[in-house]
Design a protein around this ligand. Structure first.
Ligand SMILES: *Cc1c(COP(=O)(O)O)cnc(C)c1O
Length: 360
């Protein structure tokens, strides 16, 4: 058996939607983008959606919309995809890394609060693997210290705490990269409830213009195409069912896996399992286990093998050589993720569980 880590699905409806856009003559951002923004924001209960070319430009635009720049610090986890940090660097601000909670792998509110300095401008937790970070705690911390709250929600479409979806606490960036829970091919979106931030985001993504050829701020070309938005609209319709399938696969693994630590989900939290990530016990060599599973046809992957603060680019920068984040560093040595995509068959997930139990 060959079971990949992810299996993006593009059906007939997506293909027809793209052909329709191409035939319409609308080749860049147009009515489909506007429709997709409204639908994606509504699905999360957010007031505004601003679509972008990808998740990275969504993050960059959200930094710019909050005037984050040189002299500012942004507190983020180091246990994430690199774009969580590069968007901070892209505006000339300084990423400050805080440690994670070992159960959820998400940024620890206590560690984040301890990292606040007079230069701190914002905190940006990541809803890692699709589980919301402790947003009530981050909201309280940001209110107490007068900080901007941002969300890296690239992996967390439709994740929620109680009835409240991610994307409604702070300015939140999503990604629609092919392997994410839904795709537009490449694409991103920022959600916000703040009218002024939404207005700025719309300018930043389109050359700083509100009125054509009248440039109020320095903006860029971060636009999504109508083709991508048309794919996104169809995928958004499929997302609730896909999310239920991911959760069902996760429950199956929770019940069957005996040799690894399965995900810990906080009470009342809806984890949408962009990744189903387990931890090997102390003393077990994760790389050997992952290699064995790969050889057995199971596409397990390591997210992420090297924390961001230890990446070569940060080690060459001043001030990061002595950063130590024990829980982050331990997690990078112990975790691996397994196939949890919606189309996984009963036979496949049974095979995956059996092989993992045999491998460590
Ligand atoms: C995927 C991802 C991004 C970047 O999104 P792209 O669409 O690939 O640019 C940012 N942050 C996290 C946590 C991600 O998983």
């Amino acid at each position: 058996m060959q079971i990949p880590i992810a299996k993006p699905f593009i059906g007939e409806e997506e293909k027809q939607a793209v052909v329709q856009v191409l035939s319409s003559g609308q080749l860049s951002q147009g009515p489909k983008v506007a429709e997709f923004e409204k639908a994606f924001a509504a699905a999360h209960g957010a007031k505004h959606g601003v679509a972008t070319s990808n998740g990275t430009t969504a993050l960059m635009a959200s930094m710019m919309a909050h005037n984050i720049g040189p002299g500012d610090e942004v507190i983020i986890p180091s246990f994430s995809f690199f774009a969580t940090a590069s968007c901070v660097l892209s505006v000339g601000a300084r990423p400050v890394f805080a440690d994670i909670h070992p159960d959820t792998f998400n940024l620890s509110p206590e560690a984040a609060e301890a990292a606040i300095t007079p230069r701190t401008k914002a905190i940006m937790p990541v809803h890692l693997y699709g589980q919301p970070a402790d947003m009530p705690a981050f909201e309280a911390i940001c209110r107490r210290h007068g900080l901007v709250l941002l969300e890296d929600a690239a992996q967390a479409h439709l994740a929620r705490i109680g009835d409240r979806y991610v994307g409604t606490w702070g300015t939140a960036s999503f990604s629609f990269y092919p392997t994410k829970n839904m795709t537009t091919t490449e694409g991103g979106m920022v959600l916000t409830n703040d009218d002024e931030i939404a207005r700025k985001l719309r300018m930043i993504r389109a050359q700083g213009m509100n009125t054509q050829y009248y440039h109020e701020v320095v903006g860029y070309n971060f636009r999504m195409t109508d083709m991508a938005a048309a794919v996104g609209l169809v995928q958004l319709g499929r997302l609730p069912e896909w999310t239920r399938a991911r959760i069902a696969n996760a429950r199956y693994y929770n019940d069957c896996l005996t040799s690894v630590k399965t995900p810990v989900v906080a009470d009342g939290y809806t984890h949408v399992y962009h990744q189903y990530t387990v931890r090997v016990p102390d003393g077990v060599d994760r790389d050997t286990v992952a290699k064995r599973l790969n050889e057995r046809g199971i596409g397990v992957r390591i997210y992420y093998p090297l924390p961001i603060h230890q990446q070569p680019v940060f080690q060459q920068m001043e001030g990061y050589q002595n950063v130590t984040l024990p829980e982050t560093e331990k997690a990078t040595r112990q975790v691996f993720s397994l196939p949890v995509y919606p189309a996984l068959t009963e036979e496949e997930r049974q095979y995956v569980a059996q092989e993992i139990n045999a491998a460590c």
